[in-house]
Design a binder for this molecule. Structure first.
Ligand code: GLA
Length: 684
């Protein structure tokens, strides 16, 4: 796959709007839509995402009239269009003509038509039709002056990210041939002498359907890689058509935050603009902490370039077991959090709340009560407020901390059933490490294990199960040049074919970390051991390791209970001008906070004393101005110390030495750009 030059989005201010489904309404509703959109400050809408059957009711017979008409109305109203290629879901006539296009699950059952995304990503028929539809859309609307962005498909992999059908199996074999060349290569890679799995013909290889016992881990890992690539090919196929016909219009596909099934580094590399759909659960009081890490990934995927929050909810969703609404003010702070994290847009699913279908109970900008609905009042106020924030458009987030996000390690450490413990979960581990940095007051960018690390003082590696020498070399050189690397448990265990590194973990990271892992030591459920760090005991649920530190490595924390009592748990080794830490245990928040506090001090970075997850602050900067966002994600008011003399973009006021942030309160403080971004703290 090639990385293409990034085409800019032709919007001068923050985008505001949402998914728009005019084909679910009679045309007499459209004028009211437009009037209320203008009133709310909407300047961008996404359509027609799921409308293929309405655009091509019969094979080759198109009905463009309704789309022509609504696009004209939007254009005349000054509302720009994120134009979908309408390929998110196939029409029934296509599936009934080609039933082999329906996806199959791991048990061998076909999934039926009646929801959405009922396609096998590898199906040649589907691909051919996707290319045909994309071409038709591009030829018809590529010159439309309102179209500023191509919205390809929708949330790849949301419902169908893996398919185990015979067509997928054939595609999987081709993918494996490309990767391993010949059958010997494959047999060697998959370690087939274990449990008698030697293949003597390519045709004998299947997708890893349900088998009598645990599957071959490398086969499972390759299937994860293949499945991500299969959807990436589909994406690339549309991109190629669009670049041929509309070379100046940027392309995107909307991501689903930190989504396990697709390697978003690969997807972002081929598109122009990263866009994300974010649905933090209002029932979870720290959902915003998870969102912060997701946004740290979104801005990192294209090297810090602003991204777009393309979907979010004005209030409740309709796909959770219980869909708790957002309290008054909560949608605003959620939206401004995304802006704080580098989004140049606040967009929603969807503009007008549906009257029927699967999503009629999903909140929208315009609720069932129309302009009298609370969500409309609140989104309209937000639309106005975003206009006051137009200066932040195009600015970039400043973060000193990188956190390694590596899909191979995520898949490898979770796809197999035969692991030391199923309780070590890549995502939990990454989220826990990020949460500790959030509590200490630092935003975190995602980064690849090979860097680039130039922007960072600290690189966190919560888990790197699959590690190679290039990654080890990049991390080592970062440390030697003065960086701080912190590596988490079960790292450096295997190579890319899941073979254990010679001498065991941490494999290629052994010299950098100055430790050797003798044995992984997971705990059974309900057993929580203790680890001491800086004289305090911390809970160590789920996982420990028997490690030996080599002579130059300091032992900074020890196991304090159980079979590992007295053995090293947390180590630090000086490396050039920097250092490399190893945290062999899974720790509670307090334990991670204590370790990271020391790491930050070593790196010369500030840290908060008072740990309140509700308080978040981070800075977007232009060449001459720092815009520091202060967000209260909770219901209790907070008092924070701020730089005096800052201009609050929202109120227009000039700050004194402190600022009161009410329930779900937000301030955006402009100050001249400084070497280090302002670091705001809570007044206690
Ligand atoms: C996803 C989809 C949308 C809609 C929303 C509802 O983000 O992309 O079409 O279904 O979920 O939350």
């Amino acid at each position: 796959m090639t990385t293409h030059h990034t085409r800019p989005l032709r919007l001068e201010s923050l985008a505001f709007g949402g998914d728009y489904n005019p084909d679910q309404w009679s045309e007499d509703v459209w004028d009211e839509d437009i009037r209320l959109m203008i009133d709310a400050g909407v300047n961008l809408v996404s359509l027609p995402i799921f409308s293929w059957p309405q655009l091509e009711p019969e094979p080759g017979v198109f009905d463009w009239g309704w789309l022509d008409r609504i696009l004209a109305k939007l254009w005349h109203a000054g509302i720009r269009i994120d134009l979908a290629t309408a390929t998110a879901t196939p029409p029934s006539w296509l599936l009934r003509a080609h039933p082999e296009m329906l996806p199959m699950d791991a048990e061998g059952h076909r999934l039926e038509f009646g929801s959405r995304q009922a396609y096998c990503p590898s199906s040649p028929v589907w691909r051919e039709n996707v290319a045909r539809m994309t071409r038709a859309m591009a030829e018809r609307y590529g010159d439309h002056p309102g179209v500023v962005l191509w919205h390809i498909s929708n949330e790849y992999g949301d419902h169908t990210s893996r398919c185990w059908c015979p067509v997928s199996a054939r595609h999987f074999r081709r993918w494996l041939k490309d990767r391993y060349g010949d059958l010997n290569g494959l047999n060697e890679a998959w370690g087939v002498n274990v449990w008698g799995q030697r293949y003597t013909s390519w045709d004998h290889i299947e997708t890893p359907r349900r088998a009598p016992g645990p599957g071959n881990p490398t086969q499972l890992l390759d299937f994860e890689r293949f499945s991500s690539d299969a959807l990436l090919e589909l994406f690339q196929l549309e991109i190629d058509v669009l670049r041929e016909i509309t070379p100046d219009i940027p392309v995107t596909t909307n991501f689903m935050s930190m989504f396990r099934d697709l390697d978003y580094w690969d997807f972002a590399a081929v598109e122009d603009i990263v866009t994300d759909d974010a649905y933090p659960d209002p029932a979870d009081p720290i959902a915003h902490v998870g969102a912060a890490l997701n946004y740290g990934l979104m801005r990192a995927l294209k090297g810090g370039q602003p991204w777009l929050l393309l979907e979010s909810s004005a209030s409740g969703t309709s796909w959770r077991d219980v869909n708790v609404p957002k309290a008054p003010g909560e949608m605003r702070v959620d939206s401004l959090q995304a802006v704080a994290h580098g989004s140049d847009a606040v967009m929603f699913f969807q503009w007008r709340q549906a009257k029927y279908g699967q999503e009629k109970f999903h909140s929208s900008m315009l609720g069932h009560r129309g302009e009298r609905s609370r969500t409309y009042r609140e989104t309209r106020e937000l639309g106005r407020e975003l206009q006051q924030l137009r200066e932040v458009h195009g600015t970039r987030v400043r973060s000193r901390i990188g956190l390694v996000v590596d899909w191979d390690s995520w898949w490898g450490s979770t796809a197999a059933e035969s692991l030391p413990s199923q309780r070590l979960n890549w995502a939990h581990q990454a989220r826990a490490w990020h949460r500790a940095m959030h509590l200490l007051g630092h935003p975190v960018d995602a980064v690849r294990a090979t860097g680039p690390f130039d922007e960072y003082d600290v690189v966190l590696v919560p888990n790197l199960y699959i590690a190679d020498s290039a990654q080890a070399a990049a991390l080592t050189s970062f440390a030697e040049q003065g960086g701080r690397v912190v590596v988490g448990p079960f790292s450096g265990v295997v190579d890319a074919t899941e073979k254990v590194h010679d001498g065991g973990a941490p494999g290629p990271l052994r010299d950098l970390l100055g430790i050797e892992v003798d044995e992984h030591w997971p705990h059974t459920d309900g057993v929580t051991e203790q680890v001491t760090f800086a004289d305090a005991a911390h809970d160590n649920p789920f996982w420990g390791e028997w490690i030996d530190a080599t002579d130059k490595t300091e032992v900074r924390g020890c196991y304090a209970s159980g079979e590992l009592e007295g053995l090293p748990a947390i180590t630090r080794r000086a490396a050039g001008d920097g250092s490399a830490w190893y945290v062999s245990a899974i720790l509670d928040d307090a334990g991670l906070v204590a370790i990271f506090r020391d790491v930050l001090a070593e790196a010369g970075l500030p840290a908060r004393d008072s740990l309140n997850p509700d308080f978040e602050s981070l800075t977007r900067s232009s060449a001459d101005t720092d815009y520091t966002f202060a967000l209260n994600h909770g219901r209790e008011p907070l008092t924070i110390d701020v730089p005096p003399g800052a201009r609050d973009l929202i109120t227009g006021a000039t700050t004194g030495a402190s600022l009161e942030l009410g329930r779900f309160g937000v301030a955006v403080l402009a100050t001249p750009r400084a070497d280090q971004a302002p670091f705001l703290t809570l007044r206690v």
